[in-house]
Design a protein around this ligand. Structure first.
Ligand SMILES: Cc1cc2nc3c(=O)[nH]c(=O)nc-3n(C[C@H](O)[C@H](O)[C@H](O)COP(=O)(O)OP(=O)(O)OC[C@H]3O[C@@H](n4cnc5c(N)ncnc54)[C@H](O)[C@@H]3O)c2cc1C
Length: 337
């Protein structure tokens, strides 16, 4: 266990906040010991995966536990399906690549999302028309109340858009240890309708894409649009796309005729990036924080020296101006600590 430990390398914003104590755990026994220690010493706990969805606004006066359990196992379900289970500390993109090498389908649209497998159920990670709920079978967690193991199936996770039981009523109670996915061995369900995947494939002359082709297309698109956290600190989309009542959307349409929206029954999902851009934030910098020049939805640590508080205040300014112009309240997707 280390004391007064800088978490700068452990969050993709590159914010230099300190944890009072820090420990990296590789086994369940080590995790149980660390939790017991924090209980005995009345320390708050912060679990860390890849640190790609957190904003540290101040030093953490407790025990930060970096989850580094490793291992991937497989079980045949039937001729066409395989159950693949990965431990929490496996890197998400490396796990996706592992599955693609074995020609297991289902994860290809989720290529190049930063972070770890254990965190993937937290916000039901999603991209390019796929969310993990589409292939998720179950996850094993440790219940911090009684230190017992528990399994959550798909239904029990209450997955929603960037949401799950682990961000709601189960917040802070469960630590996810491993996650199981049902993937296809053949007859893959290729999804190319979303975003620019089809155009990307057309440009490469690919008319009958494999899951590997889809993955490459997704990687190319992501690399051209999103800042690499290794170069510029960020946590991907800072806000969720808001869902508003159809009536409100229709009223806004009178005033802003180009406003994009994706109707679903009596609600409409509006791209947060468009709203932010309309308020003049795209590429704008205040102090060390900025909105990315290619994607207004991404807030960046522009100089590498931004504090978490600076980034948080920047995000509040964006929320206020979107609220003022459109009457829509943006919700942060990133976990604020
Ligand atoms: C460039 C970029 C692009 C991104 N694109 C996408 C995208 O397309 N789609 C998408 O959904 N997300 C995206 N994200 C966000 C992020 O990658 C995901 O949310 C990812 O799942 C976070 O994983 P992590 O391990 O880094 O989480 P962390 O940041 O380490 O943790 C996030 C939260 O979960 C808690 N936590 C971590 N591990 C566990 C565990 N095992 N059990 C319980 N709690 C835990 C932490 O305490 C924290 O509150 C992007 C981020 C970046 C930087």
């Amino acid at each position: 266990m280390q004391e007064n430990f800088s978490l700068k390398p452990y969050n993709t914003f590159g914010v230099d906040a300190k944890a009072k104590y820090f420990i990296e755990v590789q086994t369940l026994e080590q995790l149980r010991d660390a939790i017991s220690y924090s209980k005995d010493h009345h320390l708050q706990i912060l679990f860390l995966g890849g640190g790609s969805n957190i904003l540290l606004t101040k030093d953490f006066d407790g025990l930060a536990i970096k989850l580094s359990f490793k291992g991937i196992s497989e079980e045949d379900l039937n001729e066409n399906e395989v159950l693949v289970t990965a431990k929490a500390g496996e890197n998400w993109h490396e796990f996706v690549m592992y599955c693609l090498e074995k020609n297991y389908g289902g994860l290809e649209n989720l290529s190049l999302i930063p972070g770890n497998v254990g965190t993937s159920p937290m916000q039901n990670i999603g991209a390019y028309g796929t969310e993990i709920k589409d292939i998720f079978v179950s996850c094993t967690v440790l219940d911090l109340e009684n230190l017992e193991l528990k399994t959550f199936n798909l239904e029990q996770c209450h997955f929603g858009y960037r949401d799950s039981i682990f961000k709601q009523e189960g917040k802070g109670r469960y630590v996810i240890l491993e996650v199981s996915f049902k993937l296809t061995r053949k007859d893959h369900h290729i999804k190319t309708e979303y975003g620019a995947i089809k155009t990307e494939l057309d440009n490469s002359g690919i008319t009958h894409p494999t899951i590997q082709d889809v993955s490459k297309a997704v990687i190319n698109i992501r690399q051209s649009k999103l800042p690499d956290p290794k170069v510029t600190g960020n946590a991907g989309s800072f806000f969720k796309n808001p869902t508003i009542p159809l009536v409100q959307f229709e009223e806004l349409k009178h005033q802003f005729e180009n406003i994009p929206g994706y109707p679903n029954g009596d609600v409409v999902k509006v791209p947060a990036g468009w709203l932010i851009e309309q308020c003049g934030w795209k590429g704008k910098q205040i102090g060390n924080a900025a909105s990315h020049k290619l994607q207004a939805l991404v807030i960046i640590n522009a100089t590498g020296n931004a504090t978490g508080k600076e980034i948080f205040d920047f995000s509040t300014e964006i929320i206020n101006s979107v609220k003022e112009k459109f009457g829509i309240e943006l919700e942060r997707e990133v976990n604020i600590l």
